[in-house]
Structures are given as structure tokens and as C-alpha cells.
Design a protein around this ligand. Structure first.
Ligand SMILES: Cc1cc2nc3c(=O)[nH]c(=O)nc-3n(C[C@H](O)[C@H](O)[C@H](O)COP(=O)(O)OP(=O)(O)OC[C@H]3O[C@@H](n4cnc5c(N)ncnc54)[C@H](O)[C@@H]3O)c2cc1C
Length: 307
């Protein structure tokens, strides 16, 4: 891939990366997508808040459709993981490993779009991924809180953080609990706020949970009692891609998220960012919107297409 310099290498093939690739292709820009294939969107049982899909659409199906649309253009999509980005006089060298090939390969790019998202921290429960895909473990209250009406929901994490999520979640349902190993860390004000909002405080013993035959999750308290919930939201934060940016001065905020300006430019000239990797609302429509802005800014920042 080093014999050709791409106008842009897009890192990540989720909603942000695929939308940017579509726009860049339609701007007639040579574009390469490198994708490790673990889009958060592919874990969504059903997306109900995306305009245009009145009956909802599964996240996997959405990604398939987006990819098919990009496939209408001459945009190679490599299944692989980017391991480093190096700044050179001509732009950037993007080092990656293709799936099933241990050798490092490189691509030359005039611009780079970081669309690699985040990785959710799931609780150490056997089958946590499967429970997420079934919608028992949930990761996004804005996405699916509406469907929690009439259910018993738990926010699982450190007490203070879980309580703030529980307070937000009261918008959606009445039976909301904080399940935390450190309830004693709550301040008096926090406890008062929990009481005022009828939020149950459930102590967590060993972090153990399993899907029951009735399709609910149970949490084991220190005294051995089991509490059952219809849905559990782990609020354990996320992991960000950091290694591949080492050596580059890409600004991040205190949570490790990439800082981008209103044209999705990062602090390094030529590197743009879009989607969950950026500090914004983690939603498909936001990722898609940021990608459209980034792709347009990338196109405008490059020399004109040859006549
Ligand atoms: C369970 C769940 C339910 C959700 N429900 C909804 C919903 O109903 N509605 C909604 O709007 N949003 C929902 N979301 C959020 C939505 O999935 C994200 O906002 C969206 O996927 C972000 O798109 P993205 O392209 O930024 O990141 P992603 O979709 O995560 O894509 C990033 C891609 O980059 C790849 N990647 C990472 N590192 C590298 C690397 N080094 N090299 C190459 N590739 C790399 C990843 O493997 C992945 O394929 C949900 C998320 C989850 C987890």
C-alpha cells in the first residue's frame, strides 16, 4: 500500500468511518478504510432512535447496509488493526496488521481520520457480550431507556457514578436501583437524593450475575440474598485507543477522549476525528454527522482533484 499515497486513511469501519468513506469517495478522494471489525453498533439488538427506520433496525444489519453502500465506490476496506501512526514529510504513515497476517504493513496518507470508537468495560460475568446482544446488559440509557418503562432496572458500578446514572434513568422507569460494592462512599446529600427519587440502594457482594430462566439477571448481595432485575446497565466506563497515538500530540480531555474542533480537526494538523472516539454524545446519528463534517473538511483541506 506504500506505493500509493491515499488522500485519506480512515481508521475504523463503524458508522463514523463508513460515512466518512462514503463522503470522501463521493468527493472523488482516494480513501482506504482499515477496520478491526468490532463496531459498538454491531452489538445493538435493535436501534430504535435512528430517523428513517420506523420499525428499528438491528445494529449488525445497519453496518452491513452501510458497508454495502461504501462498496459501490472504489474504497478498499481492510480487515485489520492500526497499530501506529507516524508523521512524515508527505503526511502520515499508518502501520497496521491485517487479520490473519502477523506482518506489519503500512499505508501512506495525506490525511487521517480517527473513527475507532471506544470499547465498553463490561462486568466480569460469563457471557457478558451475549447478554449485551440480548439486551439484558445495556450500555446506553439514551438509546434504549424508553423501552425500560415498567421494568426493574439496575445501575451497576461505583456508588456515586451509578447514582448519577440512576437519577437520569428516573425519566424512564420507576423501579431503579443502584447496585454498588461501595454504597458507604455515598455522601449524605447523595443518599437523600436517592431517597427523594425512590432509588433503591442494593449492596453488591461478589460481582456475580447470571441470566435466569425467566430472562432476568440476578445480583448477589453480601448476605447471600439475590435481587433480580429485568435490565442491568453497567456504568463502568470505557477504554480508549491510546497506543496508536503515542508519539503524536493529539489532545485528549481528562476522560481520554479526543478533542476536536467544529470541523472535527484534532490538535495535529491533518488528523481529524469523528464518532465515539471524540468527546460528544455517543450516538449513531452524532457519529454520522461528525463524519460528514470531517470528510468535507478533509476534502477542502486537500489540493484540488486533478482535472
Ligand atoms: C449495546 C449498545 C447499544 C447501543 N444502542 C444505540 C442506539 O440504540 N442508538 C444509537 O444511536 N446508538 C447506540 N449505541 C451507540 C453506537 O453504537 C455508537 O455511538 C456508534 O457505534 C459509534 O460509531 P463509531 O463509528 O464512532 O464507533 P464504532 O461503531 O465503535 O466503530 C469503531 C470501529 O473502529 C474499529 N477500531 C478500533 N480500533 C481500531 C484500530 N486500532 N484499527 C482499526 N480499527 C479499529 C472497531 O473495531 C470498530 O469497528 C449503542 C452502543 C452499544 C454498545
Amino acid at each position: 500500500m506504500m506505493d500509493q499515497a491515499f488522500d485519506c486513511v480512515v481508521i475504523g469501519g463503524g458508522p463514523a468511518g463508513l460515512t466518512a468513506a462514503l463522503y470522501l469517495a463521493r468527493f472523488r478522494r482516494s480513501t482506504l478504510v482499515i477496520d478491526a471489525g468490532q463496531s459498538r453498533a454491531s452489538r445493538i439488538p435493535i436501534v430504535r432512535n435512528l430517523a428513517g427506520f420506523e420499525g428499528g433496525i438491528s445494529g449488525k444489519e445497519l453496518i452491513v447496509k452501510m458497508r454495502r453502500q461504501v462498496d459501490c465506490y472504489p474504497v478498499p476496506i481492510i480487515a485489520g488493526r492500526v497499530v501506529a501512526i507516524r508523521q512524515v514529510s508527505a503526511g502520515f504513515v499508518v502501520d497496521y496488521r491485517s487479520s490473519g497476517d502477523a506482518d506489519r504493513q503500512s499505508a501512506l496518507a495525506h490525511r487521517v481520520l480517527l473513527a475507532f470508537g471506544i470499547r465498553d468495560r463490561l462486568p466480569p460475568i460469563v457471557g457478558a457480550e451475549r447478554l449485551t446482544e440480548k439486551g439484558l446488559l445495556r450500555l446506553c440509557a439514551i438509546c434504549d431507556g424508553f423501552e425500560a418503562h415498567g421494568k426493574r432496572a439496575a445501575m451497576l458500578g461505583s456508588a456515586s457514578r451509578a447514582l448519577s446514572h440512576a437519577l437520569f434513568f428516573r425519566t424512564f422507569c420507576r423501579q431503579v436501583a443502584v447496585v454498588a460494592p461501595d454504597l458507604s462512599a455515598l455522601t449524605q446529600e447523595e443518599r437523600a437524593s436517592a431517597v427523594e427519587n425512590a432509588i433503591e440502594l442494593v449492596p453488591l457482594g461478589a460481582l456475580e450475575a447470571s441470566a435466569n430462566a425467566d430472562g432476568r439477571l440476578s445480583v448477589v448481595c453480601p448476605d447471600g440474598r439475590r435481587q433480580r432485575f429485568d435490565i442491568v446497565y453497567p456504568v463502568l466506563g470505557s477504554r480508549e485507543e491510546t497506543e496508536l497515538l503515542s508519539g503524536l500530540n493529539v489532545e485528549r480531555d481528562e476522560d481520554g477522549m479526543i478533542v476536536a474542533d467544529k470541523r472535527q480537526r484534532t490538535s495535529v494538523a491533518g488528523i481529524f476525528a469523528a464518532g465515539d472516539a471524540v468527546n460528544s454524545l455517543n450516538q449513531i446519528c452524532v457519529a454520522v454527522g461528525e463524519a460528514a463534517i470531517a470528510a468535507t473538511a478533509i476534502h477542502c483541506s486537500l489540493p484540488g482533484n486533478p482535472l
